[in-house]
Design a protein around this ligand. Structure first.
Ligand code: ATP
Ligand code: MG
Length: 363
């Protein structure tokens, strides 16, 4: 099938622009060595996808761009080689069912909290779940799962063995960094490369879900990451205030620009859950998540209360779904996990092309 795909791609690419073509169960990953501006990438990727989809048996196509500019200095301070990197691009990962990212338009809204607790809630529902902490600014998901001190060791095939915690397999960028690593300025392509390594060079085994905790923002690094990881869907987290609406829209539009279907929106800190009696009071304005979801024709996957138990449970490495499984917050995660699962299956069943049409008409 690879030969047929290569031949179909010749309609839009020269031979020397195709760095690699990989295929697993109809999922195809095309890595191209073409210098294209960030703004032109989505349209160019579409042309490549359309060409590859013409080949019989191709179900899904992912396009990854190699950086053909002179590379920035590597994070360890050594000069990176100029010219196209020789590393192969990422491929759809054998053994991993669905890859779902958790993102937002801005920092601090609870992405890591959602990623970790959603992963645990899915595992509690019998799914085999991995958690990839892709935050380059700080290993929140690793801290929240109590795995931050884990250091990577390899198996016989030189693949990194994940840490295990709360029924999850956990991998963090932090596991591969020296402990005293000073702040590093990460550019998009470097992040992409590191995450590719974390995806493909890890002994994940069989997983139903891989949940990816994204760094804050919708900038270069996050965009590059969203293009590197063959994502099946993305969840957008927001706070409920009206002022957050613009941030949600930014995140939704970013995922749309790289053709990642948005699974839905989660409103976090959407009311106060009293630690004494469990009563829920809506002390903030509400509805930004709901409004954004409606505007884009997306479901609101759930609302999570502001819960005083969340920060200490996260900091202590025992997330709320484990430390207080009877709480309002943990119950909300049980529902969110169920809805997310149903929604992901519905999206996968429709296929990406139909899905794009469906949700862009909701605006
Ligand atoms: N529902 C909640 N109730 C109370 N505190 C919360 C809730 N959700 C998150 N927090 C707290 O808010 C802080 C930020 O949460 P978190 O780290 O999950 O956000 P983030 O979006 O991943 O941040 P960043 O953009 O820095 O990655 C943490 O201290 C966390 O414990
Ligand atoms: Mg985070």
């Amino acid at each position: 099938m690879i030969d047929a795909i290569r031949s179909a791609l010749s309609a839009v690419l020269n031979d020397n622009q195709i760095a690699s073509v990989r295929e697993t169960n109809g999922k195809v990953l095309v890595t191209v060595a073409v210098a294209v501006g960030m703004a032109e990438k989505p349209a160019f990727a579409e042309k490549i996808k359309a060409a590859a989809r013409k080949v019989e048996g191709v179900k899904d196509v992912f396009v990854s761009f190699q950086d053909t500019q002179a590379a920035a200095p590597a994070p360890d301070g050594q000069a990176a080689q100029a010219g196209p990197p020789q590393q192969p691009g990422p491929s759809p990962i054998v053994g991993i069912g669905r890859i779902v990212a958790v993102g937002a338009g801005k920092g601090g809204v609870g992405k890591s909290t959602v990623a970790v607790n959603l992963a645990i809630a899915l595992a509690n529902q019998g799914k085999r779940v991995g958690l990839l902490d892709a935050d380059i600014h700080g290993p929140s998901a690793a801290i929240m799962t109590g795995t931050v001190d884990h250091r990577a060791t390899g198996d016989a095939q030189q693949r990194v063995i994940p840490a295990t915690a709360h029924g999850l397999q956990v991998i963090s960028i932090a596991f591969l960094m020296p402990k005293d690593q000073a702040a590093v300025i990460w550019r998009g392509p470097m992040v992409g490369k590191m995450v590719t390594q974390l995806l493909t060079g890890v002994a994940w085994g069989e997983l139903d879900y891989l949940i990816v905790d994204l760094p804050p923002g919708t900038g270069d690094a996050v965009l590059s990451l969203s293009q590197t990881v063959p994502l099946d869907g993305a969840i957008v987290v927001t706070t409920p205030q009206d002022v957050a609406l613009a941030d949600v829209e930014k995140a939704i539009e970013m995922f749309s620009s790289v053709k990642v279907p948005v699974v839905g929106v989660i409103e976090n800190m959407a009311g106060f859950s009293c630690p004494e009696c469990g009563h829920l009071s809506h002390i903030f304005m509400t509805g930004a998540g709901d409004k954004a979801a409606k505007k884009y024709g997306l479901p609101l996957l759930g609302s999570l209360p502001l819960d005083a138990e969340v920060p200490p449970s996260g900091d202590g490495g025992v997330p709320i779904t484990v430390s207080k499984p009877e709480s309002n917050t943990a119950s909300a995660f049980v529902e969110i996990a169920q809805i997310t699962h149903e929604r992901i299956e519905a999206i996968a069943g429709k296929g990406a092309a139909q899905f794009d049409l469906g949700w862009s008409s909701g605006a």
